[in-house]
Design a protein around this ligand. Structure first.
Ligand code: UDP
Ligand code: MG
Length: 323
């Protein structure tokens, strides 16, 4: 019997909090399952943790829900872990959430109700505010979404989290997307259907550390930009056109000065400035194009997104007394 709902949880170095999280998740998932007569499974994807997350996850009791533990052969990154979860999930509908306790499992009930009672296909959590984050990160995120949605045909909602439920037909649509460079939030928005945002405030991380550094965030942002938006190329072309236009006007102006007023054309400084501006622009544009070329190359190489080192499936057992 296949489950009706699979809950996919990527894990990277979460050994210290995984048991607490599992108990909390099983509690909420079990409640929803009982109330709605759904069969629920949890799919933990260990993304090559350096601590014993995978071992601990595989030993956890199955408090009333099926539990799969998929361990990847190394750290492939969260997007790859989510894809491994998508591939291994047996359920019709899918719910993705972080395993660090920041995504409150209590929201599962809200998501399921939006799906079952109101007929939504994608219910996703959106940060109510970002007051807890440093200003620099907020600014970065804001400009990223500006750029991402600049001239894009499908607007990706700002501040949406990976915490989301997809209905069976949304899951089927997501499975048909063939690309290897994945920006999951964008993809699950791009497929369309009926989408709804649910505001939430993430809990503080009580165990472990956030693995997001500035460089990781930058990498994910480039991923999102290059897979969803031609904006950087368009902006580069526009800057090039602007620069060429300005050069043309300036050229016209100094010619006029020389012809009518006999003012000699200043040589060295203006030459240096224009060479540096043009050189800088060209490098920038080549860098931007290089990002897209790198994505094309990685799509063409068509390497698998991840490798599985071990996979266990524990069928549900009734919750033990006292749990
Ligand atoms: N994660 C992962 N692979 C990685 C980094 C993170 O599977 O390479 C998981 C992590 O275990 C957590 C989720 O992705 O469940 C979100 O990560 P984190 O809490 O570090 O990010 P933040 O909440 O700060 O955005
Ligand atoms: Mg987190």
């Amino acid at each position: 019997m296949t489950p009706d709902l699979s809950i996919v949880v990527p894990l990277y170095n979460e050994a210290s909090g995984i048991e607490t999280f599992h108990r909390r998740l099983c509690g909420c998932a079990g409640q929803v399952a009982a109330a709605r007569g759904l069969r629920v499974e949890i799919v933990y994807v260990d993304d090559g943790s350096r601590d014993d997350t995978a071992v601990r996850a595989a030993q956890m009791p199955t408090l009333g829900v099926d539990v799969q533990v998929v361990a990847l052969s190394r750290n492939f990154g969260k997007e790859a872990a989510l894809m491994a979860g998508l591939d291994h999930a047996r359920g019709d509908a899918l719910l993705f959430m972080d395993g660090d306790g920041q995504h409150p499992p209590e929201m599962i009930e809200t998501f399921v109700s939006l799906w079952r009672d109101e007929g939504y296909d994608v219910a996703y959590a959106v940060k109510a505010d970002r007051l807890d984050e440093p200003t620099s990160r907020r600014l970065f995120v804001k400009s990223f979404y500006r750029l991402l949605n600049f001239g894009a045909s499908t607007r990706i909602p700002e501040d949406a989290a990976d915490f989301r439920l997809l209905s069976p037909r949304a899951v089927a649509a997501l499975r048909r997307l063939p690309e290897r460079n994945r920006f999951f939030k964008g993809l699950s928005n791009w497929i369309g259907f009926r989408q709804v945002a649910v505001p939430y405030r993430p809990d503080v991380r009580r165990f472990g550390n956030s693995s997001w550094s500035f460089w990781r965030l930058l990498g994910l942002s480039m991923e999102g930009l290059t897979s969803f938006s031609p904006a950087p190329l368009r902006i580069a072309a526009m800057a090039g056109a602007g620069l060429a236009g300005a050069a043309l006007l300036y050229g016209f102006w100094i010619t006029m000065e020389w012809l009518f007023w006999g003012i000699p054309v200043p040589g060295y400084p203006s030459l240096m400035v224009s060479i540096m501006v043009i050189g800088g622009m060209q490098l920038l544009v080549m860098g931007v194009m290089g990002e897209y070329v790198a994505r094309i190359l990685s799509e063409i190489k068509a390497r698998p997104v991840y490798f599985v080192a071990s996979h266990v499936l524990h069928p549900a057992s009734p919750p033990a007394s006292g749990e």
